[in-house]
Design a protein around this ligand. Structure first.
Ligand SMILES: C[S@@+](CC[C@H](N)C(=O)[O-])C[C@H]1O[C@@H](n2cnc3c(N)ncnc32)[C@H](O)[C@@H]1O
Length: 195
């Protein structure tokens, strides 16, 4: 990653932290991934050469930049969904500044409704929206995954009750290997290898 992109990410990290400390209204918080979690996610996506990524929960595009950067080198693409138009507009501007706007399709709307309309296939999905609706989105996405697929979800340690339904659903998937990494707010990683 070049120095200017690293610098932009650092600025977003700082701005997100400051905004979230001051903002009382949760819907106005950026709630960005912890930098180490974003870095790990990006490394896994890059090393496994993912090209068809779906992100659920764009916010201002902080994690989207990490995803887009990881996949753009292999000609990949990201779809990212958020129901907050204002935050997605910020994401568009931040992705443009990162030089990655063309790599990402931003879709505005309720994640479950949008996911139902997507054709896929996806070889990597990152769940980072409201957690309670993640099991429904997972069920809709299962037929739209490639044989070799990664599933990620944040907030396992910070919101254990809210994410419990998603974790049970993932653990019940017979072909997926699943583990939780205690990094940042707790990252769930599930992987299915092609036979
Ligand atoms: C934790 S933030 C995403 C942070 C972002 N992935 C990052 O690391 O920079 C969650 C986002 O999900 C969006 N969201 C929550 N529930 C949603 C839903 N049901 N459908 C669409 N977007 C949703 C919120 O508007 C918010 O911007």
């Amino acid at each position: 990653m070049d120095a200017s992109l690293r610098h932009l990410l650092s600025e977003l990290e700082e701005a997100g932290r400051r905004n979230d400390e001051q903002e009382q209204d949760r819907s106005r918080k950026m709630l960005n991934l912890d930098p180490e979690t974003a870095h790990l996610l990006s490394m896994l996506l890059r090393s496994s050469q993912r090209t068809r990524l779906l992100e659920i929960g764009t916010s201002n595009g902080y994690s989207t930049i990490w995803l887009a950067w990881a996949t753009h080198m292999v000609g990949g693409h990201v779809i990212s969904i958020d129901r907050d138009e204002h935050k997605q507009a910020l994401a568009g501007a931040n992705l443009r500044q990162a030089g990655l706007r063309d790599v990402v399709e931003l879709i505005h709307g309720d994640a479950t409704q949008v996911v139902a309309t997507l054709a896929g296939p996806f070889d990597g999905v990152f769940f980072d929206a409201d957690r309670l609706s993640a099991p429904s989105q997972l069920a809709l996405l299962l037929p739209k995954l490639t044989a070799d697929a990664f599933l990620f979800a944040d907030n396992v340690l910070s919101h254990p009750q809210e994410i419990a339904g998603y974790l049970s659903a993932v653990e019940a998937l017979p072909q997926f290997d699943h583990l939780v990494i205690p990094i940042g707010k707790g990252l769930s990683i599930a992987y299915r290898q092609k036979d």
